[in-house]
Design a protein around this ligand. Structure first.
Ligand SMILES: [Zn+2]
Length: 415
């Protein structure tokens, strides 16, 4: 590839000369297919290449896929997950108390989904407005009484809302920053929409955990950016924002909740923010060497998993998987594993049952069929939910089945 063809950083515009990890070509991780799609050759693959910017240290994937193809019919309804609704309730409670939100305030959520979060503010008497790009999901929010604007958020949308006199005391952007193709335009919207002393919170999986625990399976096309405090603060500085506090959360294998305000607001910076900056520097996230060591560790995980599958096959063991989530699809496709290696994958979502995993084409079955399949090994793809899934699949103990987790290193767990 010539220098002129190098992609540029989606945040600061510098040329991206350093690979973080090149995962080859894979289908979109949320594009479940039917046997007919596969027979007709309707499945498309796209390069999945993560690079790190040598100037602002944003880790990012190339985006050969237009965002509308991914998000306009995005069928993920947040309220499906009980633990997620509970996370949202606790968030609302904490924000109302800390920032003294009341009937005079306004809370805006970006990518508000079906209103799973804003419903808690409304119930507490705090006015709320959702901004959601998927029209079908926004309609579900409106139906339950959550006012929702159908739009992609960014500078233009923020200016349109501000022109209507809308200024937010709190903007929630939880698990959305990583999904935004133009991160600077997106953040510029916050400086426009925030009230003078308003607060924005951003939750995102922390890159430090991704690197430490070799979470390469969290890399997929719909996740444009893999965020550190260093990279986000560089983007804030360019868009009129600044961070003033941070919390570590256990969600998604280790996330951050970053608190930000307009650069000229009065919120005092906390010691834990300064401590996290020091932690990231201590881990070398401000130097390219820390990123160059990642790809060989991915290779090691892949090698160990393939060796496990080969040994299981040689022993005549039955191998199945659990959890047809996006991260499992990256993992299986990067490993080059298919239906010849893993018989089936069990998943509780009726919308996925009867379909095939993208790329690997492993059939998705209801967990009710576990006893009929009697796998000797159950590979738990969403490793972050291993305790919960182990509880739900205790039945495999009856025939001596064991659980397998591949990340951060291969582990076989007995009942
Ligand atoms: Zn950059």
């Amino acid at each position: 590839m010539s220098a002129a063809a190098l992609p540029v950083c989606r945040s600061c515009g510098a040329p991206l000369t350093t690979t973080f990890v090149d995962l080859g070509e894979t289908p979109l991780a949320n594009s479940y297919v039917t046997a007919e799609d596969v027979a007709q050759g309707r499945e498309r693959r796209f390069p999945l290449h993560a690079r790190v910017c040598g100037k602002c240290f944003l880790v990012q994937v190339d985006d050969p896929v237009e965002p509308e193809a991914i998000f306009s019919d995005y069928a993920y309804f947040s309220s499906i997950s009980d633990s997620w609704v509970e996370h949202a309730r606790r968030y609302a409670e904490a924000m109302i108390a800390r920032f003294r939100l009341g009937p005079h305030s306004l809370v805006v959520e970006i990518a508000s989904n079906d209103g799973y979060l804003l419903q808690h503010f409304l119930a507490a008497g705090v006015p709320a407005l959702g901004v959601e790009p998927a029209a079908n999901v926004a309609a579900a929010a409106v139906a339950k009484g959550v006012p929702t604007e159908v739009a992609f958020f960014g500078r233009v949308t923020a200016e349109r809302l501000a022109a209507r006199g809308i200024h937010a005391d709190l903007i929630a952007a939880n698990n959305v920053l990583a999904h935004v193709p133009d991160i600077r335009d997106f953040l510029a919207g916050f400086a426009t929409l925030l009230a003078a002393e308003g607060v924005a919170t951003f939750e995102f999986p922390h890159l430090l955990n991704l690197i430490r625990d070799v979470q390469f399976d969290t890399i997929y096309h719909e996740h444009f950016s893999y965020l550190s405090l260093i990279a986000v603060e560089a983007a804030f500085a360019a868009t009129g924002l600044r961070a003033f506090d941070v919390e570590a959360l256990p969600t998604h294998g280790g996330s951050l909740r970053l608190y930000a305000c307009r650069a000229d607001a009065g919120h005092r910076e906390t010691e834990r923010l300064a401590a996290l900056r020091a932690t990231e520097r201590g881990a070398g996230l401000d130097r390219l060497d820390a990123y160059r060591g990642f790809a060989p560790r991915v290779e090691a995980v892949k090698r160990d998993f393939l060796a496990f599958l080969a040994a299981a096959r040689a022993d005549g063991k039955r191998v199945a998987a659990y959890g047809a989530a996006a991260k499992g699809n990256t993992f299986l496709n990067v490993c080059g594993v298919g239906a010849a290696d893993i018989d089936c994958v069990f998943d509780r979502s009726p919308a996925k049952q009867g379909k095939l995993l993208p790329g690997s084409h492993i059939p998705i079955l209801s967990p009710e069929r576990l006893a009929e399949a009697r796998p000797d090994y159950l590979v738990v793809l969403p490793w972050n939910l291993i305790d919960e899934i182990r509880d739900q699949t205790q039945a495999i103990a009856a025939w001596g089945g064991r659980w397998v987790v591949a990340l951060p290193r291969l582990r076989v767990l007995a009942p």
